[in-house]
Design a protein around this ligand. Structure first.
Ligand code: ATP
Ligand code: MG
Length: 432
């Protein structure tokens, strides 16, 4: 390193396209958001699953050859093995969860929650990144519609816990193996009949997966989509009953939801219940703050026993944008309670910071032997309630001056031995 200094022109590196650094206090706010979610999930009987950030590419290919996530958005690579393994960074977590289920065969129902980064090669824009974070839950091993209600209800309560008021819940049923083929055929026939009116992209989608045409947000496609046959009219008796029980459960929870008969989702694996949470405070192109549904064949696709599942993934980045737009879930104030100002060489601050931190206080200090004035300025900016000041007199006496930084606050000198109780007394009743 030192050798290169001043010799080689240094490159200015930036975070790769579609990624970004998340600095404090935003990073602390995200962590807090995840912990609100974790708490809610664990109180609902979901245990955390931590799975690898990359998997055999085959795991994700099971998501369906017609889904954009697989065809266009995968970050894939080969490792250094002999022969090399074909791997991919996870674009979502449901496939990994099903892979883990097939691998470990836990007792059912298996209720897990997760959080972590996902990777998709997308065109970056506000609320759309190449690395983004999701939290989610999955319940595997039951197709009880009340499990669907539990999952959807958890999502709803999470947004409420954050203080979001403008999140709408959209639900639909995509039918099961008994009802889908007839619908798919009817939809394909209808779309083929109006093919000429569709946008060029939707005509391409039509060849691969007619259902996904319904997901187009392009204006040109809207009249065609608006008149398309609806899945609800094709549901088998069993699917219709399942969907009715889900709706009834949501009613019992007092959930405000909209039946959205054209709601289809980006992944091919969904059957029966599908849902999405839309944040009205965000632009429509990126207003999906979460979504999920039932997938009754994915575990089997990954080599496990036939196992139904239901789950959702929520986009942390977009949820925080929605919070910003609604003025909800603000970043917490700094956790610094005490700022130690040492103008007698700094060695006292080493010990006093340690002692106060061990006593459980949030404590910060300055470095580089700054002047009293400069250090007091830092103390003010730190958000601390109390300054502990050590000058040459205090150092000689083994004391410290404890100053209440609040308006009208006084100060007094205590022995360093009595510092912790003196600070505790001042901070009584304040929370950090
Ligand atoms: P979209 O239609 O906006 O592309 P999606 O259907 O691809 O979303 P899912 O696969 O259902 O999204 O992922 C669940 C959630 O993850 C989304 O509702 C969204 O909040 C978030 N999400 C998805 N892709 C991104 C991304 N590239 N950047 C940020 N958040 C994302
Ligand atoms: Mg997408």
């Amino acid at each position: 390193m030192a050798v290169a200094l001043g010799v080689v022109a240094k490159a200015l590196f930036r975070a790769p396209t579609g990624t970004r650094d998340i600095l404090a206090p935003e990073s602390a706010r995200r962590r807090r958001l995840v912990s609100v979610f974790a708490d809610l999930a664990e109180r609902s009987g979901f245990g955390q699953l931590e799975s690898p950030v990359f998997e055999d590419i085959g795991v994700f290919q099971r998501l369906g050859a017609a889904s954009e996530i697989v065809t266009k958005e995968l970050f894939e690579f080969f490792d250094k093995g002999d022969p090399p393994r074909h791997l991919a960074l996870r674009p979502e977590l449901t496939a990994s969860v099903c892979r883990a289920f097939a691998e470990h065969r836990p007792t059912v129902p298996w209720k897990i929650w997760y959080s972590g980064s996902q990777f998709r090669y997308e065109r970056p824009q506000a609320g759309r990144y190449r690395q983004f974070e999701q939290v989610g839950v999955e319940t595997l091993g039951t197709d009880d519609p009340h499990a669907d209600v539990e999952v959807i209800g958890l999502g709803m309560r999470f947004y409420e816990a954050l203080g979001l008021k403008q999140v709408r819940l959209l639900v639909n049923s995509l039918g099961d193996a008994d009802s889908r083929p007839a619908y798919d055929a009817a939809l394909a026939a209808y779309l083929q009949g109006r093919r000429g009116e569709l946008s060029e992209q939707s005509r391409v989608t039509l060849e691969r997966n007619p259902l996904r045409v319904l997901d187009s947000k392009r204006d040109q496609d809207q009249p065609v989509i608006a008149a398309a046959p609806l899945m609800v009219d094709f549901l088998s008796g069993a699917s219709a009953e399942h969907f009715a029980t889900v709706r009834d459960g949501l009613d019992r929870l007092g959930a405000a939801y909209e039946i959205s008969p054209r709601l289809v989702r980006g992944l091919d694996y969904y059957t029966r219940t599908t849902f999405e949470f839309a944040a009205d405070a965000l632009d429509t192109a990126q207003n999906a703050v979460g979504g999920g549904g039932r997938y009754d064949a994915l575990v089997e696709e990954l080599g496990g026993p036939p196992t139904p599942g239901i789950g959702f993934a929520l986009g942390v980045d977009r949820i925080l944008l929605a919070c910003d737009a609604e003025g909800a879930f603000a970043a917490a104030p700094t956790p610094v309670d005490v700022f130690v100002v040492d103008v007698a060489g700094g060695a006292s601050a080493v010990v006093l910071c340690d002692r106060l931190r061990q006593a459980g206080f949030g404590v910060d200090r300055a470095f580089d032997g700054r002047s009293m004035k400069a250090q007091m300025k830092r103390a003010d900016r730190s958000g601390a309630t109390v300054a502990v000041i050590v000058g040459p007199d205090e150092q000689a006496e083994g004391t410290a001056t404890v100053r209440d930084l609040r308006p009208g606050g006084g100060q007094n000198r205590v022995t360093q031995h009595d510092l912790v109780p003196a600070v505790a007394k001042l901070l009584e009743g304040t929370t950090s």
